[in-house]
Design a protein around this ligand. Structure first.
Ligand SMILES: C[S@@+](CC[C@H](N)C(=O)[O-])C[C@H]1O[C@@H](n2cnc3c(N)ncnc32)[C@H](O)[C@@H]1O
Length: 236
């Protein structure tokens, strides 16, 4: 990362630290009302000062990393319930956001975990969330890896990444190449979004688990009621 990137991350870290303190949360900003209450996360919740403010007053634009998305929740629950899925393996969490799925993999005994998100602030949030959970900071990569040379990971995680048609198209092709090049296992968490249900990748997926979402998650996600974990098989 260049000097500019390092400066941006430092500035984001300072703003995040000061926001966490001003919310009076110290270490208790995690909602705890999600599918993985054992993972502590600093999130944007109704208790936070900026929850009720106009978006133009928010200190960060599009803070996806401050929300624990239903797809990521299902994926993290699945990994924590089945540590054998990640134990001893190399894991890449693409679109890692707050880092919950990467943290779940690490807590389950993964040998190597990389969190990848194109938003540099997500990397800062992930490091802070690692600390909250007693973990060494995970390696965070902010390059856009989708479409690049398939990386050699045993397990690739995608929580709630099928929210945009163009992104879903690029993911579909790239994931196929990752599986073919390295035999990577690909797990996707999704709450049944239209862009996911209507995409042709849907015909190449096997459902592994389905979770009912807690009431507070349903309220914040416009009527979504459950979230599932799928395994991608390009040749299905
Ligand atoms: C809906 S959020 C999901 C976050 C997290 N996986 C979860 O389930 O809580 C999508 C995330 O993908 C990231 N993202 C979007 N395009 C990306 C790309 N090409 N490569 C990596 N991350 C990307 C966004 O910055 C955002 O943090």
């Amino acid at each position: 990362m260049g000097l500019l990137g390092a400066v941006c991350r430092r500035s984001a870290a300072l703003r995040l630290e000061s926001l966490s303190r001003s919310r009076g949360g110290g270490r208790s900003c995690s909602s705890g009302r999600d599918l993985t209450p054992e993972i502590k996360l600093r999130l944007f919740t109704p208790e936070c000062t900026f929850w009720h403010a106009r978006p133009e007053l928010w200190p960060f634009t599009e803070p996806y990393w401050a929300i624990y998305w239903p797809g990521g929740q299902a994926l993290s629950r699945y990994l924590l319930d089945r540590p054998a899925v990640s134990r001893g393996r190399s894991v890449l969490d693409v679109g890692s956001g707050c880092g919950a799925a990467a943290i779940a993999a690490k807590l389950s005994g993964a040998a190597r975990v990389v969190a990848n998100d194109v938003d540099a602030v997500a990397a800062v949030a992930t490091h802070m969330n690692c600390e909250l959970n007693g973990l060494e900071p995970l390696v965070c990569v902010t390059d856009n890896m989708i479409g690049s040379e398939p990386p050699g990971f045993d397990l690739i995680l995608l929580g709630d990444m099928f929210y945009d048609e163009a992104l879903a198209d690029s993911l579909h092709g790239w994931l196929g190449r990752c599986v073919k090049a390295h035999g990577s296992q690909v797990l996707i968490g999704d709450p049944g979004r239209a862009q996911f249900e209507g995409h042709r990748i849907r015909g190449r997926l096997q459902r592994l688990a389905r979770f009912e979402l807690p009431e507070s998650v349903r309220e914040q996600n416009y009527g979504l009621t459950c979230s599932s974990v799928w395994r991608y098989h390009p040749d299905l």
